[in-house]
Design a protein around this ligand. Sequence first.
Ligand code: 6R9
Length: 676
Amino acid sequence: MSSSTVINNSSTTAWDQLSLPEKIQTFDEYRSLYALSTENPDRFWTLAAQRLDWYQFPTKIKNTEFDYRTERGVEIKWFEDGVLNVCYNCLDRHIEKDPRVGEQVAIIFEADKLTEKRHHVTYAELLRDVKRFANVLKNHGVKKGDRVTIYMPMVVETCVALLACARIGAIHSVVFGGFSSHSVAERISDCESTIVITSDFGVRGGKCTPLKSKIDVALTMEQCKSVKTVLVFQRNHGLSATEDDCAEHRSSLLWVDGRDYWVHDELEKVDDKCDPEPMNAEDPLFILYTSGSTGKPKGILHTTGGYLTYVNLTFKYVFAYTPGEVYMCTADVGWITGHSYVIYGPLSNRATTVVFEGIPTYPDVSRFWNIVDKHQINIFYTAPTAIRSLMAHDNSFVTRTSRKSLRILGTVGEPINPEAWKWYHTIVGDSRCSIVDTWWQTETGGFMITPIPNVWELEGGSATLPFFGIQTQLFNKETRQPLQAPNTGELCIRDSWPGQARSLYRNHERFVDVYFRPYPGYYFSGDGCEIKENGYHWITGRVDDVLVISGHNIGTAEVESALVQHAGVSEAAVVGYPDPKKNQGMYCFVTLKDGVQESDALKKDLIKTVREIIGAHVFPDIIHFAPNLPKTRSGKIMRRILRKIVEPDVHNLGDISTLNDPSVVEELIKKCPRSH
Ligand code: 6R9
């Protein structure tokens, strides 16, 4: 559609087209579509839903209530009389429309090990593999609505497992492969899965790590007695003994007859005929657990029609994607980013998506950029934590690669400090690529605040403007009153969008308490945000990460951003501790770049840097040089633990099993002047 059809007017009548454009090309086009999406959401989301194939196209579009005080209470339904299948929309329909698409590559697998043979999976192959695996699930009694726990490494078979569940209407619950047996057990029991899909091993950073044996331990726990079947993929199935790095470990594998089955054996028993199950738009698609501010993880529940419509459209517009381009997202399928933007968003758009098994630093810190060149990646999406860890090394690790294929770079997961943004933009993107800093959450299903490339100016560190249908509203934490932008406050969303979570699995009450009770009539994100004069949104971090020191509100993210602007610093995490005089004191954990020496002079210099950048009132009280910080497996710094260390309250650290490396905590306690 040409941009000449766009009328420069912000009323609903401005968009009188019969379908949505393939790309958003001008700011006026964004404006008129945004107006349509908020003034007439039924019309906008009908057009968006037309991008999918339905057995029965919905006649009821939006039916939602955000206000818990109403008789109805909080309830979210989209496309409620529509019928569709997610797997059909990701695979079958592309081939049915054009049989040549069967030969197009759906997934490029980049194994951890460089010498492993490259492995491209076409749409036809993926569809065949999904149908066969779906038949294995059926043979083991899995039916529509059953919960299936998936505990897998980042391999193609994981995508097959998710898609197979979607095909037969089973609800998948993916648990990240790094979680402990205890955490998996908690998640299995909460949703009462009767079946677990796992792999004997995963391979990351040159190491063979056991997965199946962690399931074995989990299943000895009382709360997991519901599990009757464990389907086990063999990581190196089909490789010769000399190629199989996991062979020696395999001999010690525990096997429970009648419970454990090798997937490759089970696949022998099935054919490749399996019709997709027609699903109601509001039937659950998956559960994904996310940590809450209190102990028990929250089982975020996403449903079928709204979720797919939303991830399909956000992927298309935010990456300005055209089939044929190669796209890579580095997130693990164990997180929402992996669900929405490794699998469902890309495949429903007939994309070629890269599945990367390894880590950014193995065999060296050029790995990402070598992959970009090897597969000629056009769109690359990663997390600020990865960017910061890579920028601590010499730029030559980047500049010795070409990266000419890159068109768009994306980030997600945390605020990206302007310094890291600049490095990503100038060094990785050669100042040529747009950066899409996408703010969203497990609960939101897809992008909420994000640039649309080349439609408006970028400002490094800002996620810029809301996506279609998203109306942001700031609130004052103390007065609980709405704030007129420009302003800084707690970020809420005024009305529903199709991709949002419908509930917490079997715990609607907690869903309402956490997200809808804080500001009646609004979805509360838990993040702070500044909206500037030009309407750009700057996420300031979780709202519990604001320090109040001598009457000044100081965003810890702001201080961290200042610290990493110092030439010697690679990463920083700032937390408060109780101080009788100032209310709180400021404690800064600082990771130095390779080869930079710790010294008192450097500490003074860092304090000076912070005061210079933010203001003289901002004064780091303690600088603690820490070579490693406690991070979740998805790379988020766990400030909750750092706060406990400095409080000090080291006997109440809570669950640290979700940490990438729990031993980091001991090291920090030893060196912390406040814990002695
Ligand atoms: C997608 C994902 C959600 C929290 C969110 C916020 C932080 C994510 C961000 C960002 C600033 C961004 N966050 N993206 N903060 N800028 N672009 O990460 O989901 O794991 O549920 O985390 O992550 O604090 O509230 P999830």
